[in-house]
Design a protein around this ligand. Structure first.
Ligand SMILES: NC(=O)c1ccc[n+]([C@@H]2O[C@H](COP(=O)([O-])OP(=O)(O)OC[C@H]3O[C@@H](n4cnc5c(N)ncnc54)[C@H](O)[C@@H]3O)[C@@H](O)[C@H]2O)c1
Length: 321
């Protein structure tokens, strides 16, 4: 299959491009690393993805550039965007609208403009944040959406666009990812910040009181779900939760993390983030039925994996420096 992966310089996109190329697919990796909130690491990751066997890299800003080449595929896995609840307030709102909504609208338009038999299947990244704080039970895909931040609202709009495109004949599927972690996690995400702080001997910066719970999902599991969605003809426009079935409180995750690291860490409490749900909890029935998928990585194992990655980065820096 010829597969386009947008956002391939990013955390999830890099893993997905790697796995697709490893499975023998022809991969066109697309990104605009300058649009990442951390452009320097994104540029390094971009160079690594571009060097993978089976991957061709194409720099395109989805919000402005011509997208004919991006739409010419059997499958487009659309992971490019501006993630993050916290950074979407204030000045970040415009970036969320540009790189999530406008970019997706243009990409879907380019795909829909292909002759019917050449239109790609399009897998679109959404987020558990679309549910908001929807009660003390697992969220099912047909629950009402209640976005609590500009980021979540941008993803609701992305989903609406994917639904409209499906009604006009494009085979879209929406994956609602839940708090993804693992090697190469974004620097603004909780585990990345906790592990770096612990390795430096600094207090761990925790937003709020650490009681918020998340369906933390290892990127290996996320890649498996994404590849399954890319390979299947699913009901057009369907949304599917991609999350671990057991939510864990941030405090409990910190206990696991410091246990793996073998350190006692102090916590530094920071102001809670507006619009951050108290709980995200994935109902995984639809993913099991449609994709034959469930998350299998236990949090302790996944954290050990991410910690090993942070340590390997530090070892490389020492070797180079
Ligand atoms: N990481 C998570 O826990 C998580 C959870 C829910 C949803 N998601 C969604 O999954 C997708 C990937 O997330 P991630 O964590 O890998 O993010 P990331 O920031 O690591 O990757 C996103 C990539 O998109 C690129 N990009 C941004 N705007 C672009 C544009 N206009 N044109 C081309 N490229 C552009 C960036 O340069 C970056 O490399 C995003 O859509 C995100 O909203 C992620």
């Amino acid at each position: 299959m010829r597969v386009v992966v947008t956002g391939a310089a990013g955390f999830i996109g890099g893993h997905v491009a790697d796995a697709l190329a490893g499975a023998g697919h022809e991969v066109l990796a697309v990104d605009a690393p300058g649009r990442s909130p951390t452009p320097e690491p994104a540029r390094r990751a971009w160079a690594e993805v571009a060097a993978l066997p089976g991957v061709t890299a194409l720099e395109r800003d989805l919000a402005v550039d011509d997208l004919d080449a991006v739409a010419a595929a059997d499958v487009v896995v659309h992971l490019a965007g501006r993630p993050g609840v916290r950074s979407s307030w204030g000045g970040g709102r415009a970036a969320a609208e540009r790189d999530n909504v406008l970019a997706t609208a243009r990409l879907l338009e380019a795909c829909a403009a292909r002759p019917a038999r050449l239109r790609p299947r399009v897998v679109v990244a959404s987020s558990s944040s679309v549910y908001g704080s929807a009660g003390n039970r697992p969220n099912r895909e047909d629950d009402p959406l209640d976005p609590g931040s500009p980021y979540a609202a941008s993803k609701v709009e992305v989903e609406r666009l994917a639904g409209l495109a499906a009604e006009s004949g494009l085979r879209t599927v929406v994956l609602r990812y839940f708090s993804v972690y693992g090697p190469r996690q974004r620097p603004d995400m909780a585990f990345h910040r906790f592990i770096e702080a612990a390795l430096d001997g600094r207090p761990l910066p925790v937003f709020g009181d650490g009681r918020k719970s998340r369906s933390f999902t290892h990127v290996r599991d996320v890649v498996a779900a994404t590849l399954a969605a890319a390979a299947e003809d699913l009901p057009p426009g369907v949304a599917v939760n991609v999350g671990h079935p057991e939510p864990v409180a941030v405090r409990a995750a910190i206990k696991l993390l410091t246990g793996v690291l073998g350190v006692r860490a102090e916590i530094r409490r920071e102001a809670p983030v507006a619009g951050d749900a108290a709980l995200t909890w994935a109902d995984c029935g639809r993913a099991a039925r449609l994709l034959g998928w469930s998350a299998t990585t236990p949090l302790a194992d996944g954290l050990a994996d991410q910690i090993a990655w942070h340590r390997s980065l530090r070892a490389q820096e020492v070797a180079v420096g």
